[in-house]
Design a protein around this ligand. Structure first.
Ligand SMILES: Cc1cc2nc3c(=O)[nH]c(=O)nc-3n(C[C@H](O)[C@H](O)[C@H](O)COP(=O)(O)OP(=O)(O)OC[C@H]3O[C@@H](n4cnc5c(N)ncnc54)[C@H](O)[C@@H]3O)c2cc1C
Length: 492
């Protein structure tokens, strides 16, 4: 059954250890670095839990019949993908696409894995049973999983087993009664401080000898020995919600995860010391495309937000009537349209595999992954351009409006026709938090890298694209003439 935000927040008190600014935090919901994002995640749960949203946001659990979050549904038809899309967009709109790893993201991966448990069965039936049971447990208890699937940047010139210590990259160290022990580090669990579980696995190619790292396991965030090393939280530096409306509410934080001899029960092991299955879970199940379909619904929502913001700012500055400004807005809209159009095409061109599971169209999904590292910075650049120096002539803080002399000057020199100074400043501070703040800088890096380094993504696009179909067009044209082909009309 879906849970409420209150239930989500209550479960965060599980003894977790989040390392931040020189302190070890366990009560993240009460800590200023994480409280704003935790509240936003709680709102995400409340939204799906509300009776009026049930039709869109949930489906009946195949085991209990209770309403459960749509992101866990294993899609079997194009209509399932479209229905799922509607729910994902409603969810993304709650944070205007700024919570990159809201609970829908890794839930979508688990749906893809559970749908193709046969891939995990190659390592033994128990692993297939584990993935199906764990997915059902996450779904029916409405739990929040994130993942860390990339080795830390230590020495990328060598594989895992040739590092200075073969357990620097997180992997299994020993088997014990009832499970395994895991040690080492993995990057970069976005939302790790706020989640219930972290999925530890590897998406990067592995070499013979890397078997200890060729695993896929779920670890409770409160498990003894697990440490979440948060990057600098931006929310703690924010002066007010008015000054930093996005930072204060959506800084989900990212973390290096350290596994210090963490015990993982066998029931939470899905791939065990098998490089072939570790790779196949990404390529031979729909998990990767379902997870990225979700990520792109979110990106599309964020792009739409940027376009709306740009339009309002052009109106506010009085520039909207200028044809070049309208042209720039048109170009912005076109960039957003590329993403939303490719999402619609993913639904229309979904493929049903031999097991009857629907995969969003792969070519279109990888096309967005390939383009987004350039599209997003371009959209942010254009938004900056439309704002001009207005972003910088903003008063230092909301507190300035409480000082009568300052408030009077701000009203006179910053307010515009039909717009008070507070309204104008509010709009531009929102824009600054999207394009220029430290939070904004992290989002730039996020959109460039969350799906992998751009040079890797381009090669994956090469791998999924049906070049033969396009080469055939060239062959048809080439077959239509030769050395002795007469010029058109010459025979008449
Ligand atoms: C904000 C943010 C959030 C993230 N969240 C998550 C998360 O939730 N879970 C998760 O698992 N991961 C997450 N990641 C990590 C992400 O998956 C990795 O950043 C991504 O896979 C790229 O790996 P890397 O950072 O090690 O970059 P690298 O692979 O080191 O690449 C960096 C750059 O080095 C150059 N380069 C490196 N190797 C080559 C080569 N062989 N040929 C040519 N050029 C090369 C390229 O210019 C490349 O862009 C996140 C990353 C960011 C930035």
């Amino acid at each position: 059954m879906t849970r409420s935000g209150k239930e989500y927040l209550a479960r965060l008190s599980d003894g977790r250890r989040v390392m931040v600014n020189g302190e070890v935090v366990s009560d993240v919901a009460a800590h200023p670095a994480f409280a704003g994002a935790a509240e936003s995640i709680a709102r995400h749960y409340d939204h799906a839990h509300a009776a009026e949203n049930r039709d869109v946001m949930t489906f009946p659990s195949p085991t209990t019949g209770e309403p459960v979050n749509r992101s866990f549904e294993v899609p079997r038809t194009a209509e399932d993908i479209a229905t799922r899309s509607r729910a994902l967009r409603r969810s993304a709109e709650l944070s205007v696409g700024l919570l990159g790893r809201n609970p829908d993201h890794v839930a979508s991966f688990f749906a893809g894995w559970a749908g193709r448990a046969d891939v995990f069965a190659r390592g033994g039936d128990r692993f297939a049973e584990n993935i199906v049971r764990f997915h059902a447990m996450l779904r029916d208890e409405d739990l929040y999983a994130v993942y860390a699937i990339v080795p830390p940047q230590i020495d990328r010139s060598k594989p895992a087993h040739q590092q200075a210590d073969p357990h620097l990259y997180a992997g299994v160290t020993r088997e014990v009664d009832g499970g395994i022990h895991v040690s080492g580090a993995q990057m970069l669990a976005t939302g790790g401080a706020l989640a219930d579980y972290i999925l530890l696995s590897n998406i990067a190619p592995q070499r013979p000898g890397d078997e200890d790292q060729a695993i896929s396991v779920a670890v409770a965030v409160g498990a003894p020995g697990l440490k979440i090393y948060s990057r600098r939280p931006y929310a703690t530096a924010a002066t007010s919600v008015f000054d930093y409306p996005l930072t204060t509410r959506f800084d989900e934080t990212d973390a290096l995860v350290v596994f210090d001899d963490v015990f993982v029960p066998w029931e939470q092991v899905f791939v065990y010391r098998d490089r072939e299955i570790c790779a196949a879970q990404w390529t031979e199940t729909p998990a990767h495309v379902l997870g990225n379909h979700q990520a792109q619904v979110r990106l599309s929502t964020k792009m739409d937000f940027a376009v709306g913001l740009a339009h309002k700012i052009a109106e506010s500055t009085g520039n909207l009537a200028a044809p070049p400004v309208r042209g720039a807005l048109g170009e912005l809209a076109a960039h957003a349209g590329v993403v939303s159009g490719l999402l619609a095409a993913q639904e229309r061109n979904c493929e049903i595999d031999d097991e009857g599971i629907a995969w969003p169209g792969r070519e279109e999904c990888f096309a967005v992954m390939t383009l987004q590292s350039e599209l997003y910075p371009k959209v942010m650049h254009m938004l900056r351009d439309l704002c001009g120096g207005g972003l910088i002539q903003l008063p230092s803080a909301a507190a300035d409006f409480a000082h009568p002399e300052m408030a009077a000057d701000l009203e006179r020199y910053i307010g515009g026709p039909g717009e008070t100074a507070v309204e104008r400043v509010k709009l531009l501070k929102l824009a600054w938090d999207l394009v220029g703040s430290e939070f904004a800088g992290r989002h730039h890096q996020y959109e460039m890298f969350y799906v992998g380094a751009p040079f890797v993504v381009r090669q994956r696009m090469y791998g999924v694209y049906d070049f033969d179909r396009r080469r055939e067009l060239v062959d048809r044209v080439l077959a239509g003439y030769d050395l002795d082909t007469a010029l058109p009309g010459a025979a008449r």
